[in-house]
Design a binder for this molecule. Sequence first.
Ligand code: NAD
Length: 526
Amino acid sequence: MSEIISTNPATGREIGRVHVPRDIPSIIEKVHSFNQKWSETSIRERKRLFLNLKKVLFKRYEEVAHLIAVEQGKPVIEAILAEVLSSLDAVHYLLKKGPSILKSRPAPHFQPLFAGKRARYRFVPYGTWAVISPWNYPFAIPFIQIAHLLFSGNTVVFKPSPITPLIGEKLVQLFLEAGFPEETIAIIHGGAKEGEAIITDERVQAVVFTGSVPTGRRIMELASRKPKKVILELGGKDPAIVLPDAPVERTARGIVWGAIMNAGQTCASIERVYVHRDIYSRIVDAVVEEVRRIRMGNPLEEVDMGPMTVDFQLKKVLNQVEDAKKKGAQILTGGEVNPDLGPLFMEPTVLVNVNREMAVMKEETFGPLIPIIPFDSEQEAVEMANDIPYGLTASIWTGDEESARRIARKLQAGVITINSHVYSFAEPESIWGGVKESGVGRTHGRFGLMETVQIQYMDEDYSGKPEIWWYPYKKTLEELTAMWLELMANPTPVDKVRIMMRLSSRIGYLNRHLNLPRVIWKTMWY
Ligand code: NAD
């Protein structure tokens, strides 16, 4: 059994170790064999457990936020706001809205011939899901996904990022402390090898993966070997478009927060800012001023920004800064690591004179960089914003509702916010997910919850009559079918009556097979 050592990114010191299991199949078996039992628990019992979960998370929220700050590096207040509060709210949402969203519902027949039958949609869990998570929001992302999955009757095999394993451990402990049976959720630590072993296991019926685009592609490929459901929440390169009427100070503050929170390591961070030339210089000045006010330091103290979480990510960010400088970009503030604080403290950085040839304008940064570019027309801004393979979120900054909606309709993104950015992750009703290479499927909210279940159609007929289309095929059936087709081909009301009269000559035959009064009634309104 090997180990993963977890370190504090602010100090570089070890904070704990976890075991990487060898026998992954037996862990999966334990969860898988509990599927049936868990899916049959009453909604009342599940609600009881989720109520406990809310209490446990509330009781332990400071402990959780402290661990997030120490292992991942975001300031404690950010950990509370972005990770704990959104998780707690997701549980509250499930308790209030989950039962009605997942309740089976009637599916009234549309085709008049079938009048007399009854049908329902039922929402059935898939079974065992793999939840594979990244390190940037190591608590909220898997917590909300797992809560949705358990609520709808699935069981979960969870692989946290090897960079934040202790937070993964804590998350599972909370569910167990709330009373969830230990067979409903299993944790498997490790990296790519363990992740692949989980995804290719036949007993895992579906995967929700959050991480980078290259890993997402690999996951989809692996999942296709024995086709299974896949939800991919992948990278982004999100644009913010600032129109000439945007209030300068508020917009600058919003953009800086949207770009720099979590040291820029948010899938939906603002990574490209397009500003109308009429207010370009005022926005640039205000952004620089706001960035210079950011207090960087140990995330356990009263600061706005902590260290970056891992050295390979910092290296990527520094490479983008170098590449941009070489190609003519100007750094207005930041651009370097602050060695007095530690090796992972990257200064928040504002870049101008940037262009589409630079990596910083086309590849995901995942760090505290704000490149700003001017535009002259709305069309130019939209083209630049869409000119990228990603499409996670986007924001528009303006006081004019009409312009905002017009532009929003043209943007390619899963989430669009006007005069704010990224916050909607914390709204339990909103969906999360991207278009293009930013992902497949949705999590969060009612549509995310619906993705955790398979829609089953259940059709019922207790009339005892043989179906009209069963053997033997007779000439009469052919004639009737022809009349029926005529009825469907937009006849006038007079034509309808004529066809019905022709049909009435076969009333005995029809009656033997159909619920005729209901068929006629539905046909009149068809
Ligand atoms: P990553 O793709 O390197 O790893 C994510 C997870 O996948 C980790 O648990 C990792 O161990 C595992 N993994 C790696 N290779 C695997 C394989 N071959 N098979 C199975 N599992 C494998 O991503 P990361 O560096 O942890 O996270 C950063 C990325 O995540 C960024 O691109 C960011 O945009 C994206 N992200 C997206 C969202 C979203 O909601 N769209 C949210 C957060 C992060």
